[in-house]
Design a protein around this ligand. Structure first.
Ligand code: NAD
Length: 274
């Protein structure tokens, strides 16, 4: 068998990061070589995520961990603060980033794309790694050709730090690729401020944060006499793992930044594996 792909996980002790550690452990062609997190420094990541030691100790310094572990791919599921410079650090170390952390601005994405081109390095940043969510966005883009108005409701667990979700923003952007301006009816009287949600290019977005939810979204299209609702539910974090694993395998073949996993699943064989 060819050499295993060496992977470092940043945010390895978090909910998504530890799920990624478990997913990597289940893939024969991948090897976890490093774990970075602000918490559990010096502890064995295997004890935290796998229920057995694996000899990889949690480091709280990304530069040091990159130099020590020499990964080919660095997966980031952390928080938006410092994310931009973390991705720059990874790229400048010659490592391919796979980023699930949401919250980067359009300007930051453009700057990172430029850096990837300059370094001739592949990177993947995806606001949603779940295949069902990708299909929901794709179907929403298709439906936008036929309906004059749309609103998005995204529902997440209350610990999510950013609102709206990266998926909701990406969905609105994809809808706007089809229709440059969506009709958003102005409300005559808004007795509770903000009750009609936020707006991106005419697409209304509503963010719900409640215990019990993981990651869910409804895209509701309205037209004369009919309504079309497209809904996706991630019931647990395992739903994101096939997409993350696909990105780890693909990123090394890329040159430049790919934003959104949809660009990687055009081929039948890839979709089968998700
Ligand atoms: P979490 O709070 O459970 O985990 C975050 C972890 O990152 C924590 O262990 C924390 O200590 C660590 N951390 C924070 N800042 C750090 C830093 N600067 N350096 C090193 N470690 C740091 O959060 P979570 O639920 O795992 O979500 C993480 C991110 O993933 C969020 O941005 C969330 O929106 C995103 N997310 C993306 C997808 C997707 O498909 N793209 C799916 C789910 C969640």
């Amino acid at each position: 068998m060819a050499d295993k792909i060496r992977v470092l996980v940043v945010g390895a002790c978090g909910k998504m990061g530890s799920e990624v550690v478990r997913a990597i452990d289940g893939e024969p062609d991948l090897e976890l070589v490093g774990a970075v997190d602000h918490s559990h420094t010096g502890e064995d990541i295997g004890s935290i995520a796998l229920g057995r030691t694996n000899g990889v100790l949690v480091d709280n310094n990304l530069e040091r961990a990159l130099a020590k572990a020499e990964p080919e791919v660095c997966v980031d599921f952390t928080r938006p603060e410092g994310l931009f410079s973390r991705i720059q650090t990874v790229l400048n170390a010659g490592v391919h980033p796979v980023v699930g952390t949401t919250g980067l601005t359009q300007v930051e994405l453009a700057d990172l794309s430029e850096l990837c081109n300059r370094l001739q390095k592949g990177a993947i940043i995806a606001p949603n790694f779940a295949i069902g969510a990708l299909l929901m966005m794709k179907f929403a883009k298709e439906a936008a050709r036929f309906f004059p108005a749309v609103e998005i409701i995204e529902l997440h667990h209350p610990k999510k730090v950013d609102a709206p979700s990266g998926t909701a923003i990406k969905t609105a952007e994809m809808i706007l690729e089809t229709q440059t301006k969506q009709q958003s009816e102005a409300t005559q009287i808004e007795s509770v401020h903000g009750v009609r949600g936020g707006e991106l290019g005419g697409v209304r977005i509503h963010s719900v944060r409640l215990p019990g939810f993981v990651a869910h979204q409804e895209v509701i299209f309205g037209g004369p006499g009919q309504v079309l609702t497209i809904r996706h539910d991630s019931m647990n974090r395992e739903s994101f793992m096939p997409g993350v694993i696909l990105a780890i395998r693909k990123v090394r073949e890329l040159t430049g930044l790919v934003y959104g996993l949809d660009k990687l699943i055009g081929h039948h064989d890839d979709t089968d594996s998700i």
